[in-house]
Design a protein around this ligand. Structure first.
Ligand SMILES: [Zn+2]
Length: 717
């Protein structure tokens, strides 16, 4: 039993038009958007006994908005008592960074994981930062209470943010944290009546306060326009008393399908946040370039090579990636011509010197290889040689052309802790090469690259030809622990009810590490992202969903004489209508990334609140403490109980697994070690044969492997 569903997925309802739009507006899309119909999700769980008809039991559809309500009494009381103060204008209600936080153990494990994801989005797009609580007088305690809610601004004495039932969604956490940082709902603005209509008679009784408007002597818009796309805007059906009758509608009907989006921050959300907190930089964005400007972001041509990269304008023959060739006189990329010169001739394009704060980075870029198979694109880093000169080189990754001439995405992990440059080397691979190597839209972040990246070409034609209920299945990927997993995409939904949605599910594959891995694979968080391919990573509004594995959900299947876990995901991951907005289908490619991460270390995170006299705050005035703490943050070292696996008690490279406070060792399969601590050499190869047999082929989310291992163990030991 290993694969349960801990948290119902929440579907979002809207996205926005592309930020790069040079073509005429799509009138058809606009007309569709005029309709006020908004689909929400209902949670339906397939009967666990009814799995034989399909290997996939999906939490289908859909469910309503997570009940988001604020502590209105508090807001009102505070407003009445201190009318001249404002969460935004009053600087005493602003936070100092990093903000101390507590993840109480009332939270779902999935909620703890998505809260940490939300922190990372703040660090990527702003100067907001968070650190584990260590006795400070002010902090945020994330707690599972009734619904999703937050106070507005820093209360200076420690405050709750509630991540209640069905609130464990990254975008909802981002929304609640914007409240905590000092923001009200978008429809609370003083000028909101110019942009939306509130249908007071349709609001559930007693919930009217959620539609309060605050005058401009109380809140400020930070000189930004009304933003229908804000993550702080309500959805049309929020707090309605009649199903499908809205409580709030947009003056410009197009935006009825936009308000209430819960994908990610809008561009204006980020502008406001950075204005309020005077952010000059973000924490994790190191470099970004779409090559639109003549300075090519400070990149340089190395003079020791025998060819050059050239900044090129998009043309029908070679379209750029940033604008997909849609714009005249803009849309640049870098090109290395492989049609001439000797075989092996190369060109180097080198970044400026960069200063990392963490120890791991993800270099993300798009490339296209139009020459003969065999041309190479190599990624290198050059680091400090110990004298302060960035000189030592290290090859990181090589991409070899395979004849496929489409734009492709690459994620390359760098592990650099000192100042460095990264650079691209293009190499002409054969004498009959007649094309070029193109690169565009580079992003370098101090974040961890996703374990799985799946780029599906020609998605529009797949939408036209793939029957409802039919999945496309990815190759199998590995997570950092060694588990193998894959993704299934249903272009036209998994069943008739949601044929206008793309469904997505995750399954485990059998892999080469199965004998070593812990089964059941509990307390892992699955995160799937449909990537918004906006060239500016700060403006991406990707669709992200997460759930965690638990102990329930698998049943005995007579047909295979094995336990079979159910496949989980969302049959309403993203609607066709929304998929065509923004940059989800740039160049007609859908790009999906996924992770399968161990959250075991987050099971116990709660720490007691220490009574404070206000002197143990960690603020800007104590830089040493901040430095020490920031180093901890990237590793997500949350407070945790003593771990019996530290230090590792296993011998011979055995992997230690903690369960119920006890350590057990998974012995290295290929070296035939056995015993409680992997301290005996096992010469009985029978177990190996059984395991290899059990692991052969791709098994879609099944516990057959577990059964085989258990059987083998009981026979052998
Ligand atoms: Zn809210």
């Amino acid at each position: 039993m290993w694969f349960g569903h801990k948290s119902p997925p929440v579907a979002s309802v809207a996205l926005l038009s592309s930020t790069v739009q040079c073509q005429a507006p799509d009138h058809k899309a606009s007309k569709q958007a005029v309709k006020t119909r908004v689909r929400f999700l209902l949670l339906i769980k397939h009967n666990s006994t009814d799995q034989s008809s399909s290997p996939i039991a999906v939490f289908i559809g859909v469910f309503v908005l997570a009940a988001e309500e604020h502590k209105s009494t508090w807001i009102q009381t505070w407003a009445q008592q201190t009318p001249s103060r404002n969460a935004i204008l009053d600087e005493t209600r602003r936070w100092k960074f990093p903000i101390p936080f507590i993840l109480t153990d009332s939270l779902e494990l999935n909620a703890k994981g998505v809260i940490l994801q939300a922190f990372e989005e703040y660090r990527l797009r702003s100067c907001v930062d968070f650190k584990p609580y260590e006795g400070e007088s002010t902090y945020i305690s994330f707690t599972k209470l009734s619904g999703c809610w937050s106070y507005v601004g820093d209360d200076k004495k420690g405050q709750n943010v509630s991540i209640g039932e069905r609130c464990d969604n990254k975008a909802i956490v981002e929304h609640e944290l914007l409240h905590a940082l000092g923001f009200y709902h978008e429809q609370s603005r003083a000028d909101r009546d110019d942009y939306v209509k509130i249908w007071w008679d349709q609001i559930e009784e007693g919930k009217e306060h959620n539609f309060n408007k605050y005058e401009d002597d109380f809140i400020t818009d930070l000189n930004t326009p009304y933003d229908y796309e804000s993550i702080m805007h309500y959805r049309p059906l929020s707090f309605n008393k009649n199903e499908s009758i809205p409580t709030i509608t947009a003056t410009i009907p197009f935006f009825n399908d936009v308000i209430g989006q819960r994908l990610d921050f809008s561009a204006v959300d980020i502008t406001r946040l950075n204005r309020m907190y005077d952010c000059a930089n973000t924490h994790t964005l190191l470099d970004q370039c779409s090559f639109e400007l003549n300075n090519i972001c400070g990149m340089i041509q190395n003079e020791d090579d025998n060819a050059d990269w050239v900044q090129m304008l998009s043309s029908p023959a070679d379209t750029d990636h940033t604008l997909s060739g849609r714009c005249r006189d803009s849309g640049y990329f870098m090109k290395f011509d492989t049609s001439s010169g000797v075989v092996g001739s190369s060109a180097l394009l080198e970044s400026r010197i960069l200063y990392p704060k963490r120890h791991e980075q993800c270099l993300n870029f798009f490339y296209k290889m139009t020459g003969a198979a065999g041309d190479k694109l190599v990624i290198w880093v050059r680091t400090d040689d110990g004298t302060g000169t960035v000189h030592n080189v290290k090859k990181i990754h090589t991409i070899t052309g395979d004849g496929d001439k489409a734009w492709k995405i690459a994620h390359v992990t760098l592990k650099v802790s000192e100042k460095f440059r990264y650079f691209f080397q293009g190499i002409r691979g054969s004498s009959n090469s007649s094309g070029a190597i193109l690169i565009d839209d580079i992003t370098l972040t101090e974040t961890i690259c996703p374990s799985a990246v799946w780029q599906i070409h020609n998605f529009t034609s797949l939408l036209a030809t793939t029957p409802n209920g039919t999945p496309l299945t990815s190759e199998c990927f590995y997570n950092p622990e060694g588990y193998s997993f894959g993704i299934s995409v249903y272009p036209n939904g998994r069943d008739d009810a949601y044929s206008d949605y793309v469904g997505m599910t995750m399954h485990l594959c059998s892999g080469e590490n199965d004998a070593v891995m812990e089964w059941p694979a509990m307390n892992r968080q699955v995160t799937i992202v449909a990537l918004d391919q906006d060239p500016d990573v700060k403006l991406r509004m990707s669709s992200t969903r997460s759930f965690t594995t638990a102990t329930s959900g698998a049943t005995w299947d007579d047909s295979c004489q094995c336990h079979r876990g159910t496949d989980f995901g969302w049959s309403t991951f993203i609607s066709h209508q929304h998929l065509r907005r923004r940059s989800f289908l740039k160049n007609d490619d859908l790009i999906i990334t996924a992770d399968f991460n161990d959250l075991t270390h987050l099971i116990k995170t709660e720490v007691p609140v220490i009574p404070t006299n206000g002197n143990n705050d960690i603020t800007d005035g104590k830089p040493m403490n901040m430095v020490k703490l920031r180093q901890d943050v990237p590793k997500h070292r949350e407070a945790r109980s003593a771990n019996p696996c530290h230090p590792n008690p296993c011998f011979n490279g055995g992997v230690c697994v903690e369960g119920k406070g006890k350590a057990t060792c998974r012995c290295v399969f290929t070296m035939y070690y056995t015993g409680k601590r992997c301290d005996q050499m096992n010469l009985n190869r029978g177990i190996v044969g059984a395991l290899v047999g059990g692991a052969a082929g791709t098994v879609v989310l099944t516990l057959a492997i577990l059964t085989v291992i258990k059987r083998a163990q009981s026979n052998t030991f």
